[in-house]
Design a protein around this ligand. Structure first.
Ligand code: X8Z
Ligand code: ZN
Length: 654
């Protein structure tokens, strides 16, 4: 035989056998993606049923459906793992196999899957249905988080009322969730390990496709912390004017005085504290009310913005199936959410919308999720996700940055009274800072706390102590009353009980400013080093150039590692706080000068309240401080010989 012919045969044979295996894999994957679509639909329908009508029978339905789906998922996974996918040549095929190669919850035995789902639903129910009594009327006990408690925190300046609401909400939720939560941690970790992760926190970080993501976040926090410290010091100085010595000059700020149940956004303080009070604009919430912004008008206004940049209008079914205001006849999960039913056409939002500026912003946030769903709907379902979780959170917020520019607020008639002089602009930037800059430490510490919980470093007997250590260390806030391990304050936040990771919001805040800078440049609204076109004044309304660039990134879903998607829009491959700092530069300069002028202390000294619940090493003794009447007593719990120097929390003041 002619040797060349022989070689050709061999080559073809090898190629076709490799090709055949991948072709078989491709066929399997197509089937799997179809079945996963169908499962997503059934899962989302059951969950929607429960979240939009919390009853025992709807809970049963969720449990039944999730159990059935886990079995089907497991069968698919077992088939998938028979392929030698790690040696596939085709990039896309290999990527999709990798993304389907971790069976986490479905790896648990059936009874444990059921228990896990029951626990999360149960905690969500406790959170969503808890009511507390009014401060001034102990017989009125029907106050719900949304809207009652949210509104009191936002508007009241009575510290006793604020304290009452803050404490009672935590009493209503925390202790009832503590045992459930620790069981959830154990089960979740067991599932994560079966799914080839070290623990649940490792699993949560996996989708960032960057083993150094936490180091990167720490680095970003270091970059942005000086700005946070300025706003913190300024706010503390001004809260002292209202609340006197309730707020100390150099200590952490009491958490109930910041306008928000979790002190995560301080935007509601802008009603009371502004750099230039004489230049106060009309209150945006009042203006929305005056102009009869119903929940529908709020969502239609948001949709109009998306359409104006050539993104997609929402389908009829969205308007028909969404729940956009709180129903009076049943209990629902009010925490706002956006839903993709996996069938390329059913997308919904559930939000207990009130006419406030916060809800106006949240409506844009949720619509951003839906717009992402719509843009990537033609990807295989394996890729119908954000490039990373932070991207998904950033889309609506990105639009909101334009919407909340003075230019745009003027366009839609929400801002009428003032000129856009530097002082009014500073007031606007300050309000935005109370939202964006202030969110950063909270978004970080939520998952720092859970990381240590999932890693077993933080155990149920020091859940609350570690929580308050982090709250103090990162945010510089302290509880208004002493706390103990009888309390379980992390559960007072939705994402803890609903098992939703939170680092995504940190990532989102950083990258939304990078996105903003990119789209504003495309819209000709931001020009580097041009003082007439600063980033904070940019409004991309009606810019199809900006919208098309955004669309290109959104359409990719998670089909490529996130830096690729990031590059498509921004030309960069790294998260970086420079764009955020650029946006807030005038505010940072102003705060630094102002804090210097008033001699405000930057940072904070240690809080006694937070320390009092903690066990800590001191010399050879493991000590715990406990409350005895109104006196704190330190009790020796155990004697041990320290191997390492005593571990202390890092200093929090600068
Ligand atoms: O949970 C949300 C959205 C749904 S993804 C309403 N957010 C976080 C929160 O409320 O704590 C948006 C901002 C942060
Ligand atoms: Zn969101």
């Amino acid at each position: 035989m002619n040797p060349a012919f022989y070689l050709t045969i061999l080559f073809v044979h090898n190629c076709t056998s490799l090709g055949a295996e991948e072709a078989r894999a491709k066929k399997f994957l197509d089937g799997l993606n179809k079945r996963a679509e169908d499962r997503t639909y059934r899962l989302k329908m059951a969950k929607w049923g429960y979240d939009s009508n919390i009853t025992d029978s709807n809970l049963q339905q969720v449990i039944t459906v999730t159990s059935k789906l886990s079995e089907e998922e497991k069968q698919d996974w077992q088939e998938l793992m028979k392929f030698d996918w790690q040696s596939f040549q085709d990039y896309d095929l290999k990527r999709q196999f990798e993304k389907n190669s971790h069976l986490v919850l479905g790896s648990l035995p059936k009874d444990k899957i059921k228990r896990y789902n029951t626990i999360v639903s149960e905690m969500t129910k406790i959170y969503s249905t808890s009511k507390i009594c009014a401060f001034d009327d102990p017989t009125k006990c029907d106050l719900a988080l949304e809207p009652d408690l949210v509104n009191i925190l936002a508007n009241s300046r009575n510290p006793d009322q604020l304290k009452h609401v803050w404490v009672e909400w935590r009493n209503a939720v925390g202790p009832h969730c503590k045992n459930l939560f620790s069981e959830y941690v154990e089960l979740g970790n067991e599932a994560a390990r079966l799914g080839n992760f070290t623990d649940t926190s490792d699993q949560w970080l996996h989708s960032y496709e960057d083993s150094k993501i936490m180091d990167k976040v720490e680095e970003l926090w270091k970059q942005l912390r000086p700005l946070y410290l300025q706003i913190h010091a300024y706010v503390r100085t001004h809260l002292r004017k209202t609340y006197g010595d309730l707020v100390t000059e150099k200590g952490p700020i009491p958490a109930h005085l910041l306008g928000n149940m979790w002190s995560q956004s301080w935007r509601n303080l802008a009603k009371f504290i502004l750099p230039f009070p004489d230049k106060r604009d009309e209150d945006l919430t009042e203006e929305l009310k005056k102009q009869n912004y119903t929940y529908l008008k709020i969502f239609k206004t948001a949709e109009d913005f998306f359409k104006s940049i050539n993104l997609t209008a929402l389908p009829e079914s969205f308007w028909k199936n969404s729940i956009l205001k709180k129903p009076a006849d049943r209990q629902i999960v009010c925490h706002a959410s956006a839903w993709d039913f996996g069938n390329r056409k059913d997308f919904r939002i559930k939000q207990c919308t009130e006419t406030t500026i916060q809800n106006f912003v949240t409506a844009h946030h949720e619509m951003g999720h839906v717009e992402y769903y719509i843009q990537y709907k033609d990807q295989p379902i394996t890729y119908r996700k954000g490039a990373n979780k932070g991207f998904h959170e950033a889309v609506g917020d990105l639009i909101s940055l334009s919407v909340q520019s003075r230019k745009h607020l003027r366009k839609i008639g929400l801002l009428t009274s003032q000129d856009d002089d530097p002082e009014s602009t500073m007031n606007t930037l300050f309000s935005m800072g109370l939202e964006k800059i202030v969110m950063l430490p909270f978004t970080y510490l939520m998952d720092l706390w859970r990381r240590d919980v999932f890693k077993g470093k933080t155990t149920p007997d020091n859940y609350n102590c570690k929580w308050w250590e982090l709250r103090e260390q990162y945010q510089g806030v302290e509880p208004p009353v002493e706390r103990s391990e009888e309390d379980f304050d992390p559960a007072a936040k939705f994402h803890t009980v609903a098992s939703i990771p939170y680092l995504r919001y940190f990532v989102s805040i950083v990258i939304q400013f990078q996105f903003h800078q990119a789209v504003c440049e495309k819209a000709g609204q931001f020009v580097r080093n041009d003082p007439t076109k600063p980033l904070h004044e940019c409004d991309i309304y009606r810019s199809t150039e900006a919208g098309n660039a955004l669309k290109k990134m959104l359409q990719m879903g998670s089909s490529r590692p996130w830096p690729d998607a990031f590059e498509v829009l921004t030309g960069q491959r790294h998260m970086d706080g420079t764009a955020l700092l650029e946006y807030f530069k005038p505010l940072q300069n102003w705060l630094e000068a102002e804090n210097k002028k008033t001699g405000a202390f930057i940072g904070w000294e240690k809080s006694t309240k937070a320390e009092l619940i903690c066990t800590f090493n001191q010399g050879d003794f493991n000590l715990r401080s406990v409350w005895h009447g109104s006196v704190a007593v330190r009790v020796v719990l155990e004697y041990h010989k320290p191997v390492h120097p005593p571990e202390r929390t890092s200093p929090t003041s600068t």
